[in-house]
Each structure stands twice: as C-alpha cells, then as structure tokens.
Design a protein around this ligand. Structure first.
Ligand code: NAG
Length: 337
C-alpha cells in the first residue's frame, strides 16, 4: 500500500518534469518568430504562414474543406474530451520534424505513412534524395533517418509546436484496422508479428488450439484479432501496437492542434495541397500507391460479417474517438443498436 503511494507520487513528479508548455500559436507570435528565426533571409514564407495567409483571401474549395476539418476536430475535442492534458515526451514520438521547411508530421501506420516518411526524407535530406518514390520502403522506416520531436529540448519543442505547420493523415478507422490485420496476420512473411502477437492471441482467444498454431501464431482470424483488441487485459499489459493503436492515442489531436488534416480517402488531392503549401509542389511528387493493395468498403464489410454484435459494439467504442474527431460516420454494416 505504502509502496504504491510512493510509486504514484514518483510517477506524478516524473510527469511534471516532462511537462511541456505548449500554447497554440496565434498568428502574431508565429510571424514574430518566423521573421526572427530560421526563415530569415529566405525569400519564402513558412508553410504555416502560407496556410493562414492564403485563407485570408477568398478560400478555394480545398482550403474550405481543410478549414472545415479543423473546425470539426476542434469542436469534437471540446465536446468529447474533458480535461486538457499536458504533453509528455512519450506523446511526441510519432511527430517527425523538418527544420528546413518548418514542418511536423505525425505518422499513422496504414495511412500512407511510408510515402510520407519518404517525402519527409527528401524534404530534410538537403539534396541527398530527390524523388521519394526511389527511396526503398525499409529505408523510410529506419528511425535514425528522420528526427522526432522527442529528440529536442522543451523550449525547442515548444518553439516548433508553435511555429511549424503540423499535419496528420487519417483514415476510416475500420478500413485501417482491416488493412493492419491483413498486412500483419495474413502475409506469410510477417513472422515477427506472428511470433510477437499471433501466438499470444491464439493462446488466449482460441479454444483447443493446435500445438503448431500455438507455436507459429500465423493463422489468427479477424475475429480472434478483435477479441484480442477488446479484451481489457490487452491494454493493461502494454499499449497497442502502433498499427492498430488509435490515431487519438498516437498523435494527440486534441492537444497538438494540427493545421492540415489529410485523409487517406482523398490522399492525392490532400498531398498536392500540402506540397504546394510547403512550396515544393513543382519539385516533389507524392509517390502514387498501387490501388490494388487498397481495401475497399466492400471488403471491410465482409470482414465484419459474422462478428457477434456484442463485439461489434465494443470494437466501435474502442475506436469511437477516431470516428468522431475526423468525421467518419458509423459504418452502415455495423450492427450496434
Ligand atoms: C462530415 O461528413 C459529412 C458526411 O460524410 C459531410 O457531409 C460533411 O461535409 C463533413 N463535415 C466536415 C466538416 O468535413
């Protein structure tokens, strides 16, 4: 009992030390810092200025769309989150920084994140790379090739959060989930995931598993995967793997105020818009992904067929914030009433 209290106190102190004071930029502070800061002497304005300057004029339809997404996110955050929490260093590990252009990208796996990391490598590479499409996928995922916000001091973090353009890409939560399941559990080459997660899922959520299945963990069904997700024990043990962790928990969109919220469903338009804001619209081309690997509405519906209503409801509750914050409606195939 006593020991527990000390632990709690220690944790509290720990989080105080890590507190990051972050106040959302007003445009005037952004301007101050930018003219005094790293863009001084350069002809170009920062992407953040480009974004808010362009909205002073008559907004184009893509600008209006993005403005509406930000407003919806802000109002959903107000409605559904109670307390404003402070950010800790741990919260910032998905935020990739580009000091050359003044950008922060929060990467979400299964939402074109390999391609965005490639683009970030071109942007930060000082000429080392020119075409994102030519960067091998495995290279884009080497952590040391990009810098994340955790690597900076508290004042440096605050400065970047205030002055950089922060962007994120999101996707319909269940499309993303099915994509994660297919990629990690139905492909024979993903043995690391089979061993790390598959064996545990089969052990806990399959009746009378064969010894081979327990050993290999390579034939997890979608249903078993969902049981694992909604099992309270799962998250008590450790955080979800990033491939199925909610965007809300990976990127903290109610604390970090994202300037551009891109969607997988409109990836090409949103990528073009963003690259233009960054001022590289003519020189960098967003890699086109092969359409064949994408899930479709119909496919996700198929995966949910035969899933017990009780689990459908619990799964929806688990991902509810991602639906609400990014304006995704309840899938028509879901039986949650
Ligand atoms: C939210 O989604 C609905 C239905 O898809 C759409 O009509 C509406 O414009 C969206 N709102 C915003 C702010 O994007």
């Amino acid at each position: 009992m006593r020991k527990n209290k000390v632990m709690v106190l220690a944790t509290c102190l720990g989080s105080f030390i890590l507190v990051i004071f972050y106040f959302q930029s007003s445009l005037s502070t952004a301007e101050e810092h930018v003219t005094a800061g790293i863009w001084k002497g350069k002809r170009r304005r920062s992407p953040l200025q480009a974004l808010y300057d362009s909205e002073q004029l008559e907004p184009s339809s893509i600008q209006a769309t993005h403005q509406k997404r930000r407003e919806l996110l802000a109002s959903a955050c107000k409605t559904y989150t109670r307390k404003r929490r402070v950010l800790t260093a741990e919260d910032l590990k998905h935020l990739v920084v580009d000091d050359t252009h003044g950008l922060i990208y929060c990467y979400v796996p299964k939402v074109a994140c390999t391609n965005w990391k490639r683009v970030m490598m071109v942007l930060t590479g000082q000429g080392k790379y020119t075409d994102p499409a030519l960067i091998p996928a495995n290279e884009a995922h080497i952590a040391s090739n990009l810098r994340t916000l955790t690597e900076f001091s508290t004042p440096e973090i605050n400065y970047r959060l205030r002055n950089y353009l922060k962007f994120i890409f999101v996707r319909e939560p269940f499309e993303r989930l099915v994509s994660a399941y297919r990629n990690k559990f139905t492909r024979t080459y993903n043995t690391a995931f089979h061993k790390r997660y598959g064996t545990k899922i089969i052990e806990r959520h399959r009746q009378d598993p064969s010894l081979e299945a327990l050993e290999r963990g390579d034939d997890v069904t979608f249903e078993e995967f969902l049981y694992y997700l909604v099992d309270p024990q799962t998250q008590r043990e450790e955080p979800f793997n990033e491939h199925w962790e909610r965007v809300h928990s990976l990127c903290h969109p109610c604390i970090v105020q994202y300037d551009v919220i891109g969607k997988y469903e409109t990836l090409e338009d949103d990528a073009r818009y963003l690259l233009q804001l960054i001022g590289v619209g003519d020189s960098i081309k967003f890699p086109s992904s092969s359409k064949t690997t994408r899930t479709t509405d119909g496919m996700t519906e198929q995966f949910f067929k035969g899933i017990n209503r009780f689990y459908q409801r619990r799964l929806f509750n688990l991902y509810k914030m991602d639906f609400l914050l990014f304006n995704y409606s309840i899938p028509y195939y879901l039986q949650i009433h």
